[in-house]
Write a protein that binds this ligand. Sequence first.
Ligand code: TEU
Length: 563
Amino acid sequence: MQMQQEPRWWQSAVVYQIYPRSFADSDGDGVGDLRGILGRLDYLQRLGVDVVWLSPVYASPMDDNGYDISDYCDIDPVFGSLADFDELVARTHERGMKLVMDLVVNHTSDEHPWFKESRASKDSPKRDWYWWRMEPNNWGSFFSGSAWQCDEATGEYYLHLFSRKQPDLNWENSDVRVAIYDMMRWWLARGVDGFRMDVINFISKVPGLPDGEVRPGEEHGDGTPHFYSGPRIHEFLHEMHEQVFAQHDGELLVVGEMPGVTVEDAILFTDPARGEVDMVFQFEHVEVDRGQTKYDVIPFSLPALKSSLGRWQHGLADRGWNSLYWNNHDQPRVVSRFGDDQGFRSRSAKMLGTVLHMHRGTPYVYQGEELAMTNTVLESIEDFRDIEAKNHYANATALGRSPADVLAALRFKSRDNARTPMQWDSSPQAGFTSGSPWIEVNPNYKEVNADSQLNDPDSVFAYYRRLIELRHSEPVVARGDFTMLLPEDSRIYAFVRRLDDVALLVLGNFSGDDVLAQVPDAAAWLSAELILTNLAPGISSKGRDAAAIMLAAWETRVYRRHL
Ligand code: TEU
């Protein structure tokens, strides 16, 4: 017996992620800001998205571009003021869209008053708000080097899973939790509609912080088994739900970013009956091209991608909910990664968008994805801005790796690929700023920009509008079940969605070749209604009695049939 879940508003919604630093700069200082976003709300409304998620805009020394927060209850001056923020909330709501904040509470900035107080002395009342040790364990940081930093004031070490300027909060201490829930309620009272919660499955650490395994060739131990979905994680998230979300009765969208989360755990996190979060970001599908480490790139395998996404579709079919994404501010651009950003940029971007958006789950569009923005040109290490990339380069080259090899991997995988300015038009700096941008604009902006796509019915932008509209108008897209076809095919992604007597067949060719998709019932599908394709009408081959469906390079099709 399938458990019928109550339909929730976000099951038919599409979320748009803004990375404020790189979206739109209103004052010419080269960094995007809230007033810049205000000036572009019409664009988002035209795209048709339901929710806007802002990467952090809180006060921050910007060691990790705002994921290091020094004041949770203020806006960083580089982005504007609380008054600008209130206006943004109001204008977003006026247009029928919701606004979700990024919540970073696994760690703060080392410049947060809590940490300043904590580090001051061993008997500070806030000493226990962070993790202090006489001796560090062997964990490595995600941003290279040890996860521990010796602090001058007391000679003890503090834990930082990310940069030295991002000390981890100690969630075992209930005062920490109370302070965080208070702050969350304060934002909800200001009108925000939910939270994207940064590395939220890292907040519960195994007591005693045991050493991690040191793999051959590695300098540090892998601490992840001791904090990925740690022993108290479900308890903490349920408590947060009770203390913060429950009062808002299903109006919010709460998504937990959870590196390393398993399907089994995701079911528990997102089962509405358990009261934790609405959905999680999992990472398996964006790690199909990952070797032992992030920068060790292995060849892309479509069967591996299908096996992963299919397992998640299956696992969360009855209980819980998926979120769907190719891109965010940490991932290279998908058209450069799984598509063809040269000869078939637009066509392959539309295919990738279709395959993702037709899955069951809530799709996330990352700024510029709707224009098929690509990875950028990063020649020397000076072109990079991201602390993760810069630390990795310094560390790997110090350990004797060839700078050319390290740079090659960084060019493909660097988070800076996602962080170049939004390409609005073909004017200097792509219309992003009148000043000098904090990171170079992608040199392809004259060809790839919003202005050239907004009024073109064949543009990637127009195509994304249709994808979003389909989720709103077709119940089978939002609520239908999912069946993967052709799991072993190395070039075709194919699946069926079904709700009552309506079925959709979704096909995507992940290659530059013509390929015959040997799907069951091919003849019946060929005579069904073609509701979406990325090829101009007439180019699609339509042999009526074929036993298979011929797809051109990077072609995608969605057929609808009544059964
Ligand atoms: O990222 C969490 C995370 O684990 C990674 O995806 C991270 O981006 C890194 O690439 C690991 O190699 C979140 C944020 O999305 C990211 O921007 C922050 O830097 C990080 O947490 C720390 O707050």
